[in-house]
Design a protein around this ligand. Structure first.
Ligand code: 4AD
Ligand code: MG
Length: 480
């Protein structure tokens, strides 16, 4: 059985195979009139129609052709009379590889809510929407590696278990094999991590940046692309507890070079999607337009998904400083009319996604790169500016999303970095090696982090980050 050659549906549909006899395997989407089986094998969003002759096919076999069942058909490729497909398969023989009990199989050929589909994340990839998202995800992963390879960057694997908190926000998940019912304590009555697996306190990483910087100080241009974890209790449509991040780190780049790379990178990825995921994007575009029609006029998107993607590729991102942005926000209508949930009163306020989206969607109507943020709201490693108040940080803000990239020029001066670490009360014992990079052959350098699922939100037009990663991890959700 295994020896039977299987032809992927994408190849049946795209290559001219009329007259050939071949085998197709896949899952039944629909079975109409005891005659027309729509089969999908995930190679493309499109189904192949297999036509069975119910006069000559065993009735009991046909009964088992139900939505969700896995089947194999052998037959001839013929031109299709019906609408919607150019070719179909005239079935000679049909085999059921796996039944799907019609009374129990939860996916039926009708529209299911995204909330419902999250509860059956092990099956939702069998819908058109989610198989499209998985394929686009793959294309974007590939495009990330392609972009950096073409530029001569080297991919480095950074550790997932770490002893340091790169972002200093204390939002980490502990990694331990201590017996939680019998935790060893030291003389001060605190957990005795000396007894733990690594002999010290360890966590899941929030970022691969600090280790990527070590490689950057030898290979010049590197990137890491790995899973990152944050125990922030933000139950929003843009936050995950486990997400993937792409973090390039470049020696000899200043903040401007960094912004240039970030803009080029995002445009490259979106262009790649437009050029390589046309069928899936066309489906997702229609899907989001249909969703939009359900919404009240004011909440509808001004542009369709395809228009938004092209718009990003074709327009230069607007660049301005945090200070300029604060002026715009302070004088904005939603601020004056107290429409923002968090009102902007003074310089130094942290920007929330409502502010970021106002700048992008209402004020500039273009992607925005903000730079030079107050140092008190940013991480310890960012390069201190001459003004003594700001750091050379940069965030890229996107429509519908807000922050998609966060990055900075790094503080490469030993004394400045050391004093910042002390000021912020970060234990130096965790970062001695990071400080040593500034002692031995330090160099100006920069980098940023692109949240892969934020990118996926933008490219697919989906509204909730839980729907662009196969198995989302959020507060109280770790099923599957
Ligand atoms: O701005 P962040 O926290 O920056 C860093 O982690 C730096 N170490 C990056 C660097 O300079 N190498 O996170 C970077 C990006 C954000 O802009 C956002 O896109 C994404 O990661 N992100 C999240 N995505 C999903 N869920 C979360 N909880 C996220 N937190 C950050
Ligand atoms: Mg950030």
């Amino acid at each position: 059985m295994g020896a039977t050659k299987r032809t992927k549906i994408i190849d049946v549909l795209n290559a001219s195979k009329v007259g050939e006899e071949l085998t197709v395997k896949g899952w039944v989407r629909t079975f109409r009139n005891n005659q027309f089986i729509a089969i999908n094998d995930g190679s493309t969003i499109n189904n192949i129609q297999a036509v069975v002759d119910f006069n000559t096919t065993d009735e009991n076999l046909l009964k088992r052709v139900t939505t969700g069942a896995c089947i194999s058909v052998v037959g001839e490729v013929v031109e299709s009379m019906g609408k919607g497909q150019s070719v179909e398969i005239k079935v000679k023989s049909l085999e059921i590889l796996g039944d799907a009990d019609a009374d129990k199989y939860p996916l039926q050929p009708k529209k299911h809510s995204l909330e419902f589909l999250r509860e059956i994340a092990h099956l939702r990839v069998r819908t058109s929407t989610f198989s499209a998202i998985y394929r686009v995800r793959h294309a974007m992963i590939f495009a990330v590696h392609k972009f950096f390879t073409e530029k001569g960057f080297f991919n480095v694997h950074t550790p997932i278990i770490t002893g340091s908190d790169a972002e200093g926000a204390g939002e980490m998940f502990a990694v331990t094999n201590l017996d939680l019912n019998n935790i060893p304590k030291n003389e001060e009555g605190k957990v005795d991590f000396k007894e733990d697996f690594f002999g010290k306190e360890t966590n899941l990483t929030v970022s691969g940046q600090l280790e990527a910087e070590t490689a950057c100080m030898a290979l010049s241009e590197v990137y890491t692309f790995g899973p990152t974890f944050r125990a922030e209790n933000s139950n929003t449509s843009r936050h995950l507890a486990e997400f993937w991040m792409i973090e390039p780190e470049m020696a000899f780049y200043d903040i401007i070079d960094n912004m240039d790379l970030a803009e080029e990178f995002l445009k490259y990825l979106v262009t790649y999607a437009l050029e390589n995921c046309a069928d899936d994007l066309a489906f997702l575009d229609k899907r989001s337009q249909d969703e939009d029609k359900q919404k009240p006029q004011q909440q509808r998107a001004e542009m369709s998904l395809m228009e938004r993607l092209k718009f990003v590729v074709e327009n230069e991102f607007v660049r301005l400083t945090y200070t300029e942005a604060i002026d715009i926000l302070r004088n904005s209508n939603p601020n004056k009319k107290k429409k923002f949930k968090y009102l902007i009163n003074e310089w130094g306020a942290d920007l929330q996604s409502e502010h970021e989206r106002y700048l992008v969607e209402k004020h500039f109507k273009k992607p925005v790169i903000l730079r030079d943020y107050p140092r008190d709201i940013k991480a310890f490693y960012m390069r201190q500016n001459e003004d003594g108040k700001t750091v050379a940080a940069m965030d890229v803000l996107f429509p519908g999303i807000g922050e998609i990239i966060g990055g900075s020029q790094r503080e490469e001066r030993y004394d400045n970095l050391k004093s910042r670490i002390e000021e912020m009360g970060i234990p130096e014992k965790d970062l001695w090696w990071y400080l040593e990079l500034r002692k031995f052959g330090t160099a100006p350098h920069s980098g940023f982090g692109l949240g892969f699922e934020r990118l996926m939100l933008f490219v697919t037009g989906m509204g909730n980050i839980r729907d662009v990663i196969p198995f989302p991890r959020t507060p109280e959700h770790a099923e599957f």
